[in-house]
Ligand binder design. Structure first.
Ligand code: SAH
Length: 465
């Protein structure tokens, strides 16, 4: 993040605008709307300023600003093409202790002006860090169309009832749930349809209802698959549940960029496991899920990939079912599917494979318990999870059970992430090639003639590779 996004309280603060054009007028207008005391320094004011002239917090001075003009100033907007004036204004503003923005010149600016969607009191600001103002404006346009104008009214309504709700419903968790219920139900519908009076009456009634019913809310567990790493592969449903959680239990394979999508206030509990050393035994995780849900919390159990595929998701919610704790399961893109797409290796293909088998290559002391006769069938692809550490015995067993040593095999490390690496080899050479590439995992191994398709279908080129 290049800049710190904040919303400044500018009420009654002096603000200097240097320039007479349309950009200067826009800057002045925003500052006036935010209640700042705005003075425009320009030889003359054009029609762009007409709407502002009568505002009590707007003033105009025909000369250039001097040091004294800045003394109490907190912000300074410069919007002129005159390089000399830009430099003089910047120098004076700096000495006066004001933060400066020069229009379209991020390098000369202490802060940049975002693109703004104003549904006051709801305000959305978009910045591209100066990288592409056009992209910022495009996003703003999308947001404008996405967020009905009536959202302002809804936000204002909620703000009016905040204090009253706090008095009536002391529990913060309960209050949050109250507002979620409001936002998902008929009250919000009425407000968005412009019927603020009905929304108002309904809201009053609803608060009384919640205030008199002090029963603690029932908790719930969301078992959610977050996909293999690329946050774009998180489903809408997963995202919604991630936004609702009071507490999240996550493990080692959960990508930091995915954790960033979880509701910021949610408590985070690491229950990760390393390959050999189970930090928190499965039973302890299940017991924790039960306990938290019984405390009334909405518990997000976040899993890499899909929760029901080599994820022990089934075991965790079995315990929940036994304890009568309500839960939902949300599927995710499993690692083999992510690896297949992002490595350009289709798992089935008319000319190569009609079936695909997902197996785990996990095993103790090189003893891997798999149905080898079934795995070496022709016209089939095998995707191996957790196979990195056993590559040697795995590939050896394939060949020992009749697969050709020349059968193409690939290993996809950190699939779908910017650091993804793919090593293509054969059964005979894969283990050595993976060692030479010093792969760290997590990895998916793909065995089958479909691997040859990558030569044509490789498309994923993360930045910097
Ligand atoms: N439930 C998960 C699998 C959990 S088992 C899923 O559906 O994907 C953990 C194994 O998944 C790892 O050892 C590795 O084999 C695989 N894996 C998870 N994320 C991966 C990634 N981004 N790239 C490659 N393999 C991954």
């Amino acid at each position: 993040m290049r800049d710190l996004p904040i919303f400044l309280n500018m009420r009654d603060r002096p603000t200097v605008v240097v320039g007479a054009g349309v950009v200067a007028a826009r800057r002045a207008e925003f500052a006036v709307r935010a209640g700042a005391r705005v003075t425009v320094f320009a030889p003359a004011l054009g029609d762009e300023f007409l709407a502002l002239k009568d505002a009590p917090n707007f003033g105009w001075t025909p000369h250039e600003p001097s040091l004294e003009d800045f003394a109490p100033a907190s912000l300074c907007f410069v919007a002129t093409e005159d390089e000399g004036l830009i430099e003089r204004a910047r120098a004076a503003a700096k000495r006066g202790g004001a933060l400066v923005n020069v229009a379209d010149r991020p390098k000369l600016s202490d802060f940049i002006m975002p693109s703004i969607v104003d549904r006051s009191p709801l305000v959305i600001a978009v910045s591209t860090g100066g990288a592409s103002p056009i992209l910022g404006r495009m996003l703003k346009a999308r947001l404008e169309s996405l967020i009905p104008a009536a959202y302002g009214g809804l936000a204002e309504l909620m703000s009016r009832f905040r204090g009253r709700l706090a008095a009536a419903v002391p529990s913060q968790t309960l209050r949050r749930r109250f507002w979620e219920t409001v936002l998902e139900g008929p009250i919000a519908e009425a407000a968005l349809a412009g019927n603020l009076e009905a929304a108002n009456t309904h809201l009053e009634r609803e608060i009384d209802l919640w205030a008199s019913n002090r029963a603690s809310p029932a908790g719930e567990v969301y078992l959610v698959g977050a996909g293999p790493g690329d946050p774009d592969l998180v489903t809408f449903r997963a995202f919604r549940l991630m936004q609702k959680a009071d507490v999240v239990l996550y493990d080692r394979l959960t990508d930091a960029r995915i954790m960033n999508l979880v509701r910021r206030e949610a408590e985070r509990v690491y229950v990760g496991k390393r390959p050999d050393n189970h930090e928190l035994p499965q039973e302890a995780i299940s017991a924790l899920l039960v306990r938290l849900a019984k405390e009334g919390k909405r518990v997000l159990r976040l899993k890499g990939g899909d929760p029901f595929l080599f994820g022990r998701g089934g075991e965790e919610i079995e315990t929940l079912a036994e304890h009568g704790v309500p839960f939902q399961v949300c599927p995710g893109v499993t690692a083999a599917i992510g690896a297949s797409s992002y490595a350009g290796i289709p798992l089935t293909h008319r000319d190569h494979a009609q079936a695909c088998v997902f197996v785990t290559g996990h095993g103790k002391e090189g003893r891997i318990d798999l149905d080898w006769a079934a795995l070496v069938q022709p016209r089939q692809t095998v995707a191996i999870y957790m196979g990195l550490r056993n590559l040697e015995p795995l590939t050896r067993e394939f060949v020992a059970h009749g697969a050709s040593p020349d059968l193409p095999a690939a290993i996809v490390d950190n699939a779908t992430r910017p650091e993804q690496r793919v090593v293509v080899a054969t059964l005979a050479t894969l283990a050595e090639a993976a060692r030479a590439a010093n792969l760290r995992g997590p990895t998916i191994v793909i065995v089958g003639t479909v691997v040859a398709l990558r030569e044509k279908l490789d498309w994923y080129a993360p930045a910097g590779r």
